[in-house]
Write a protein that binds this ligand. Structure first.
Ligand code: HEM
Length: 409
């Protein structure tokens, strides 16, 4: 007999409320809910946290990114404002053919090989930041190393000169206000920063069109596939997406990864001794403590999955952290071991059509940073206590990570 499809709204599901829970509490809530059902009900909709379900929902193209709903959730009109128009044409929220087109045109510029070209520059930046604190034997890793690390790399990638790093940093700070839960009041600052960034990138594009350089913008301008090219508007949108999606993620992930190592000093010493473990160190620390703990999808039409009907408009939260800890997908998920090859790919870069475009770049940044930090900061210990960002923050990690280190700690 064919299985009967039941509407998700009619299922008897565990109810979970994650607001105000820290990461360990949230993982425990997910694990308990999973014992009852693969789905859970939340105040906004539903949630999945099993590895296979998270991957399946993210790979189902009829589940669309819910990013475009940020303004609606904040009580702002969904159309008719510059903010929304900008976000709606961003690669992060485009869907269907438009999204496929953009990904196809830009993917050649975001390969591991392209990221590798920036490694010497990454080493220079991270080396300079570590030099400034290494002899003192202590630092706040967030303020001294993680915060300043990604902006120069995004600027180098785009082709913006050093004297403009500060401009980019300020624009990023203001545009990130969209996550501050006070969108109505923050909007003028967000809009002003976005407009300035747009104008800056538009001028760069014009310059690169006449004199190409060895940078991402020139590469993207030159892309042509089957007679299709990126418009100036596409290019501006991409530059903003790279700044938005590539800055706070990387700095928070670096802080999360180092925070994990402070609890595993033997692994830190091992990484210092064997820098060739950098790639495993990045994947395992991103699995263990990811800076992006989840993302949201909305059913663009009625969708059936595992004999459950998700009516059009249903919101589904996919827990990347839950998937990274699912004991059906991982042997001993609570063990942290950078020497172990894992059977699955960690999920902190997402999956499916919106899988992180900058994953190779982020991996390279973290792979360059972690072994260097391990070598220059031996005998690492937390100096006091780690201060974590509130659990409601979308891109999450330590707000302060006070460390002491040195030969005779
Ligand atoms: C460790 C650092 C990073 C993490 C944890 C991360 C995580 C993610 C995740 C989870 C998504 C998918 C979101 C969703 O499905 O709703 C995503 C998308 C994206 N990321 Fe990253 N990211 C990181 C670094 C970067 C960097 C360095 C860049 C810069 C190039 C970047 C650019 C993007 C873009 C453009 C998208 C949208 C892709 C699309 O929608 O097609 N990310 N990232």
């Amino acid at each position: 007999m064919a299985p009967v499809t039941v509407s998700v709204h009619d299922l008897d599901l565990p109810e979970i409320e994650l607001i105000d829970l820290d990461r360990d509490e949230a993982l425990a809530v997910f694990a308990a809910a999973r014992d009852r059902h693969w789905l859970a009900r939340t105040p906004l909709g539903y949630a999945v946290s099993r590895y296979d379900d998270v991957m399946a929902i993210l790979r189902e193209r009829r589940f669309h990114s819910a990013i475009a709903m940020i303004t609606e959730m904040a009580g702002l009109p969904a159309t008719g404002n510059g903010f929304m128009e900008r976000r709606n044409r961003s690669i992060l929220s485009l869907e269907g053919d438009e999204h496929t087109r953009l990904r196809r045109l830009v993917s050649g510029a975001f390969t591991p090989k392209s990221a590798d070209k920036l490694r010497p520059f990454m080493r220079e930046v991270i080396g300079g930041l570590v030099d400034a604190v290494a002899d003192t034997g202590h630092c706040d890793l967030v303020e001294d190393v993680c915060e300043p690390y990604p902006i120069p790399i995004v600027c180098e990638l785009l082709g913006a000169p050093k004297e403009d790093w500060k401009l980019f940093s300020n624009w990023a700070t203001d545009i990130f206000r969209i996550f501050n839960n006070d969108l109505a009041n923050e909007m003028p600052l967000i809009d002003a920063a976005s407009n300035e960034l747009d104008a800056y990138v538009a001028a760069m594009i014009e310059e690169r069109r006449s004199s190409p350089a060895d940078d991402l913008l020139s590469q993207l301008i030159a892309v042509e596939e089957e007679g299709d090219r990126l418009s100036t508007e596409d290019l501006i949108g991409l530059a903003e997406a790279v700044l938005m999606a590539g800055t706070d993620t990387t700095r928070n992930q670096l802080a999360c990864s180092v925070a994990v190592f402070t609890q595993h000093p033997d692994q830190w010493a091992l990484l210092a001794e064997r820098p060739e473990l950098a790639s495993r160190a990045v994947e395992e620390s991103m699995r263990y403590l990811g800076a992006v703990r989840g993302t949201m999808r909305i059913a663009a039409e009625d969708i059936e999955y595992r004999d459950v009907l998700f009516p059009k408009g249903t919101l589904v939260a996919t827990s990347l952290a839950g998937a990274n800890y699912d004991d059906e997908a991982w042997r001993e998920p609570a063990a942290f071991d950078i020497t172990q090859e894992r059977d699955n790919a960690q999920m902190t870069f997402g999956s499916g059509t919106h899988f992180c475009l900058g994953a190779s770049l982020a991996r390279a940044e973290l792979q360059e940073a972690l072994p260097l930090l391990a070598q220059r900061m031996p005998n690492l210990a937390v100096d006091g206590a780690i201060e974590w960002k509130p659990p409601t923050v979308g891109i999450w990690g330590p707000a302060r990570l006070p460390l002491r280190f040195g030969a005779s700690n």
